[in-house]
Design a protein around this ligand. Structure first.
Ligand code: 5RP
Length: 248
């Protein structure tokens, strides 16, 4: 008892992390195996679940001798793709993406998403919107009936640096809640996106019409994009705790 009392968080976190990591991997493998085919242009999202997508893709390219061309959604993903030896291509030269695969912070029953936990929402939305199919992968913790039920960190909004205070005030006065500047873990300054912008995290305190909210926030001067992905996802793969994959 004494020994357990000294170490409980470590033991619990270790088991949880392993389960969650396994769930991410299951979802990623299922999506890559079903949706990626030879000679395709594939959009690759950002975040920790995407690491499994890149690994599986590289494995299939090697074993099946596939030609796959990847469009990354962040600097992190570009490096991952390059380091593992997959081919990177430029969206402006290849406008039509066959399939884009990305993670999410939360998915509701209608496949609306909150994204941008890692701050890459703008490039992710561009790539998703250029894809014939946009497929989402997530572990079981992201499965929700209504946005905000599971994900408590709010909806990210990418803003031009000079506008973060006016945008934060406008969001709060129109929709309530609090829209706070995302700070670096060191607290030395704000998080800066790959596009050189800041992020607000809007913690809302009631349910909204998310499509209307998304449009209204996007119209605010200084807003680049929001982490609300409405009517974009075609299918979601959830890796479950029991080792199965749930498809929505
Ligand atoms: C990054 C994203 C990620 O897809 C989202 O935050 C999920 O990340 P993870 O796979 O690490 O849980 O939207 O901007």
């Amino acid at each position: 008892i004494k020994r357990l009392a000294q170490n409980p968080p470590k033991i619990k976190r270790g088991v949880l992390n392993k389960k969650v990591e396994e769930a991410k991997k299951l979802a990623a493998y299922a999506a890559v195996d079903y949706h990626v085919k030879d000679n395709q242009i594939v959009g690759i999202g950002s975040g920790s679940t995407i690491v499994h997508v890149v690994k599986r893709l590289a494995e299939r390219v090697r074993k099946e001798n596939l030609n796959v061309f990847c469009v990354p959604t962040s600097f992190q993903t570009r490096l991952l793709i390059q380091d593992i030896g997959l081919m990177v291509i430029d969206l402006n030269r290849h406008l039509e993406i066959d399939v884009a695969i990305d993670g999410a912070d939360e998915v509701d029953s209608e496949l609306n998403l909150i994204k941008g936990g890692c701050g890459c929402l703008t490039q992710e939305k561009i790539v998703a919107s250029c894809a014939k199919s946009f497929i989402v992968i997530a572990d079981y913790r992201k499965d929700s009936s209504a946005l905000g039920e599971q994900w408590k960190k709010g909806i990210p909004v990418e803003v031009i640096p000079m506008a973060y205070v006016p945008v934060s005030r406008a969001i709060q006065s129109q929709f309530g809640g609090s829209a706070d500047l995302r700070m670096a873990v060191s607290k030395a300054g704000p998080v800066v996106t790959d596009n050189g912008n800041f992020l607000l995290d809007w913690r809302f305190d009631q349910e909204h019409n998310w499509s209307a909210v998304n449009t209204t926030i996007k119209m605010m001067p200084g807003v680049v994009d929001t982490g609300l992905f409405i009517n974009l996802a075609e299918r979601v793969y959830f890796g479950m705790e029991d080792g199965t994959v749930k498809i929505r």
